[in-house]
Design a protein around this ligand. Structure first.
Ligand SMILES: Cc1cc2nc3c(=O)[nH]c(=O)nc-3n(C[C@H](O)[C@H](O)[C@H](O)COP(=O)(O)OP(=O)(O)OC[C@H]3O[C@@H](n4cnc5c(N)ncnc54)[C@H](O)[C@@H]3O)c2cc1C
Length: 276
């Protein structure tokens, strides 16, 4: 139960969001609220001001010239329904657990800003080479997804700043891909995820691992490695392992190698299928 008093603001556009969060008081931005409300209920977070983004026009998916623009408040259900959603992200959204309530309320931007290591969003956005557009009273700045996730539960967002938009290069959304997720039971959050998108020259040269480390791990490949080599390389790159009640660090590290090979294998098989 939330017992603390707080001021509730529901800005109706981006400028009002800037004004609402530029305050000395502790602010909690709410997108879908599936993390924030839980934290407030457990008294882990006691904001003086709650800024609800639901009316700020920050949801939706649209295609511009060479990028796909995704509003941070786009829910998983909206990602599944929008025509412009990149197929890779549609696959990610379709695998979110927690039932219809979580898919209807939880948002891609909320998940990214929370930066919980086993969540799908951090690894997925790094796989897609996304750019995070951050906004504050000082204007806009753009941060590559690879630089956005700094540590577990820590992003490049500064005080008084919010995530305004997520940009994905179209070229990366049109190629063969694989998204692999390992969970210990159907309804659990992921233990390890692996995303791979074929490179421009039609090889599997990059796998991104989520859940094994505090931030997504990028595994760059030459394209001709054996599966054992991919697994070994992946495990060797996990320098800041993540561990929690679901799975310890060793288990996640080992699983990361296996999931990386699965993702690369799936991409290679699709490429070979196209060549036949
Ligand atoms: C039962 C259950 C099952 C789940 N299953 C999965 C799963 O399979 N995979 C998975 O990845 N996740 C899963 N989740 C987590 C869920 O995806 C996230 O809770 C959701 O996506 C977070 O989005 P939200 O909009 O609700 O975040 P919120 O709670 O609104 O916000 C999360 C954090 O981000 C901040 N924030 C939000 N928007 C912005 C913004 N625009 N700018 C700056 N800061 C912002 C908030 O202040 C807060 O700190 C599950 C959760 C539950 C309860």
């Amino acid at each position: 139960m939330i017992l603390d008093r707080f001021e509730y603001l529901r800005p109706s556009n981006v400028d009002e969001v800037v004004t609402a969060i530029t305050t000395e008081d502790e602010v909690a931005i709410i997108s879908g609220g599936t993390w924030v409300v839980q934290q407030m209920g457990q008294h882990l977070r006691r904001p003086k001001v709650v800024v609800d983004l639901s009316a700020a026009g920050l949801s939706g998916v649209s295609t511009n010239q060479d990028t796909i623009s995704i509003g941070p408040s786009t829910t998983y259900t909206q990602l599944l329904e929008a025509g412009d959603t990149p197929p890779f992200l549609r696959k990610v959204a379709s695998g979110i657990t927690g039932g219809i309530q979580i898919r209807n309320a939880g948002t891609i931007g909320g998940s990214a800003c929370f930066a919980y290591p086993p969540s799908d969003a951090p690894g997925a956005l790094v796989t897609l080479n996304a750019t995070m557009v951050l906004r504050s009273g000082d204007g806009q700045r753009k941060v590559a997804a690879t630089d956005f996730f700094l540590d577990a539960l820590t992003t490049a967002l500064r005080p008084g700043e919010f995530l305004e938009e997520i940009l994905v290069p179209i070229a990366d959304t049109e190629r063969i891909f694989s998204y692999q997720k390992f969970r210990n039971v159907t309804g659990s959050t992921p233990i390890v995820t692996a995303g791979c998108i074929a490179s421009e020259d039609g090889l599997a040269k990059r796998v991104v691992i989520g859940g094994a480390a505090t931030t997504p791990v990028v595994v760059d490949l030459a394209g001709d490695e054996s599966e054992d080599e991919i697994a070994d390389l992946t495990r060797s790159l996990i320098s800041h392992p993540w561990s929690d009640a679901l799975a310890n660090a060793n288990y996640r590290r080992h699983t990361a190698g296996t999931m990386a090979t699965r993702a690369v294998r799936a991409v290679r098989e699709q490429i070979e299928g196209e060549e036949r």
